[in-house]
Write a protein that binds this ligand. Structure first.
Ligand code: FAD
Length: 290
């Protein structure tokens, strides 16, 4: 257990202060020990995957932050099932699937997270989401370890029913026979599409806001307000895609939050739409009311 470790290097946007405690469990037993440590001190628990949809308060977070490693970040194939530790990177999982000639996970090639973060967010792209391929997940909290079937994970658009303090330690995905060449070609095509429309070579935390249930997407609404390229401090609304915030150099989480608040207010004034944030907050971050 390490104390006061900066989380900026654990987020793709590269901002944020320290975790009061950072645990790096490599097994379920070590994870349970970390969760017990948190419970014993009355501290909340927060899991961090690849920090690719995460904004951490600049003053840090008074919590036990858990970053899964070791066997909890590995992936293997059993028949047509992909079995991945909650901390396994999507890219590693795709590689395993491709090598085994299994398709169905290509959509995740452009989602730079872990499978545990994917469950929490019900991550998705190109019309496929985690809930379409997940069989079940091993969920751990301070009291127990349980295998939760897909239906009970309650996955919907960028939402899961996981409670605070619950950590996804393993996920099983149902894949289907394909060929390594076909998997590689599909993933390459999706990545190329992604590069053409999103700032994939910049420091961002992915989509800032969820798309509204109907009508124009969040990016389009923000763009219609003329905000592409608008900056506060080191945070910039991406000139490439308005639903991304880039760290243009020296950005703080406060800059990002101020930019989010401004975009949200302008969209509300112009279109009457209340944008809801997709990026998850860690620490006492909050958007002002509209
Ligand atoms: C360039 C770019 C493109 C992106 N494109 C997409 C896209 O197409 N589709 C999409 O859905 N997302 C996209 N994202 C966002 C992000 O990659 C996904 O939300 C991803 O699933 C987050 O995974 P993570 O492991 O990085 O989670 P983090 O960002 O670290 O955390 C996100 C949330 O999940 C929780 N969490 C993380 N790990 C666990 C765990 N093991 N157990 C329990 N909770 C956990 C965290 O506490 C937090 O609440 C993109 C991001 C970037 C930077």
């Amino acid at each position: 257990m390490n104390e006061n470790v900066s989380l900026a290097r654990f987020t793709t946007i590269g901002t944020g202060g320290p975790a009061r405690f950072l645990a790096r469990p490599g097994t379920v037993a070590e994870l349970q020990a970390a969760l017990g440590f948190a419970a014993g001190r009355g501290l909340p628990v927060a899991a961090v995957g690849l920090g690719s949809n995460l904004l951490v308060h600049d003053d840090g977070v008074e919590a036990v932050v858990v970053k899964l490693g070791g066997e909890l970040a590995e992936a293997r194939i059993e028949g047509t099932t992909l079995v991945a530790g909650g901390g396994a990177a999507n890219a590693v999982c795709l590689h395993r699937a491709r090598s085994a000639g299994l398709g169905g996970f290509e959509f995740a090639s452009a989602i730079p997270g872990t499978v545990g973060g994917g469950v929490m967010m019900n991550a998705g792209a190109y019309g496929v989401e985690w809930r379409d391929v997940v069989l079940d997940a091993v969920v751990v909290d301070a009291e127990r370890v349980r295998r939760v079937p897909l239906a009970e994970l309650d996955l919907s658009y960028r939402h899961s029913g996981l409670a605070p303090g619950e950590v996804v330690a393993e996920v099983r995905f149902q894949l289907a026979p394909s060929s390594p060449e076909a998997v590689k070609a599909t993933a390459a095509e999706l990545l190329a599409q992604r590069k053409a429309t999103q700032p994939t070579n910049k420091r961002t935390f992915g989509s800032v806001f969820k798309n509204p249930d109907s009508g124009p997407g969040a990016g389009q609404l923000i763009e219609q307000c003329g905000l592409k390229g608008y900056a506060i401090g080191g945070a910039l609304i991406s000139p490439r895609h308005a639903n991304f915030i880039e760290n243009a150099g020296g950005a703080t989480s406060a800059d990002c939050l101020a930019l989010m608040a401004e975009a949200r207010r302008r969209v509300y004034d112009a279109a009457g739409v209340e944008l809801r944030h997709e990026v998850r907050f860690l620490g006492p971050l909050e958007l002002p009311p509209l």
